[in-house]
Write a protein of this length. Sequence first.
Length: 414
Amino acid sequence: MEKLRKVRGVHDLLPNELHNHNIVVNTGLKISDKYNYSQIEIPIFEFAEVFTKPLGKSSDIVTKENYIFKDRSEDELMLRPEGTSGVVRAFLNAGLVQDVPQRFSYCGPMFRYERPQKGRLRQFKQFGVECLGLSNSMADVEVISLGYDFLSQLSLLDKIDLKINTLGDLESRKNYKQALVNYLNDYQSKLSKDSLNRLSVNPLRILDSKNEGDKKIVENAPNIIEYLNSHSKRHFDDICIGLDHLNIKYTIDKNLVRGLDYYCHTAFEFTTNELGSQGTVLAGGRYDGLSKMLGGPDVPGVGWAAGIERLALMIQSNFDDKIDVALIARSENINYLLMPIMKKLVQTEIKSEIIYTGSLSKKFKRANKIRASYAIIIGEEEINKKLIRFKDMKLGSEEFLDLNQAIKKIKKIS
Ligand code: ATP
Ligand code: MG
């Protein structure tokens, strides 16, 4: 058979891999719920402008990484590259502006046309939280604490560091941008092509450049902290105090920025050295400008998104698909007697599989392969006795039991 082609950067998730993904998501949902973040589900595609408007024309997501298409009504749609814009759009559409704060969690696939590599896919999943309607710096501390607890419950804290920074408010950022551009102008001939382009459209992004030459230049760039007005400085100081009180360790990284236009004040990232260059596992910040960009009123917000694939690669867990009971008939024409047995087992929360075909020895081979702890075997003799043959697959011992006795044994109740 000719091999079917699969789209690059898009993965199948077989049960053992999905198992780890589910651990990540379930852990996220559980801890978020305790922080009173309720799960919400938003569409996988939206009108493109939901993303293009707030993300801005200069962002990678909009210029290079988007999956935009026209549907049959000629509407321009976009597969969602991230969750925040959709969550805020949903919040506005639901008329929740007067009913703040609102706290949401979400998870699901995102789409970006990127160069696929380990921990970087074109369809990937995020788990995220958003806190809407609070401009208080304690909301920033709250979401960081939630992210910290999430990673702690995944037992990843010793492999992960927290970096924080501030982008200040609009006024502070404007002053800083000017200083940064002045500084970078002297290095125009040395900057990478990408960064040179960004110098006029989004100079802050240059701080984030992965280019070694750029990194050197940026090392001595002006520090945003020195350009913060008193309000912005206070916001940032309060966050540091809040984190200190929680004993959450962090480093201030003056070059940490978020690539998207609507971010302000706090930016943070939890990173690891264990995943090569795709080291950011959870990233977030404050986005007070987003709601307005989407055509809504001013609604402050802060949140984060975590890469599920990256976290799933890091957690230690064994996918265990062993089953309790293999159900075997001595001849295929009495297979139908196995289904009622299975139903009874299902009702008592026992996991079983009926092995329908093959010789008896083939059936036992399969029972071993699926690592059944027990086998229930029926044949003429068992039918006559109105009992089942119950085999302990590990010990090899067999006995005649009625089904209820067998269930008790399986559940280890005497
Ligand atoms: P990166 O610097 O790795 O490109 P980003 O700044 O584009 O990340 P965000 O938009 O902040 O990432 O998304 C939050 C998280 O989602 C990232 O920290 C990462 O864990 C995950 N993520 C982002 N893009 C991808 C991708 N293409 N494949 C897998 N995970 C991703
Ligand atoms: Mg990216």
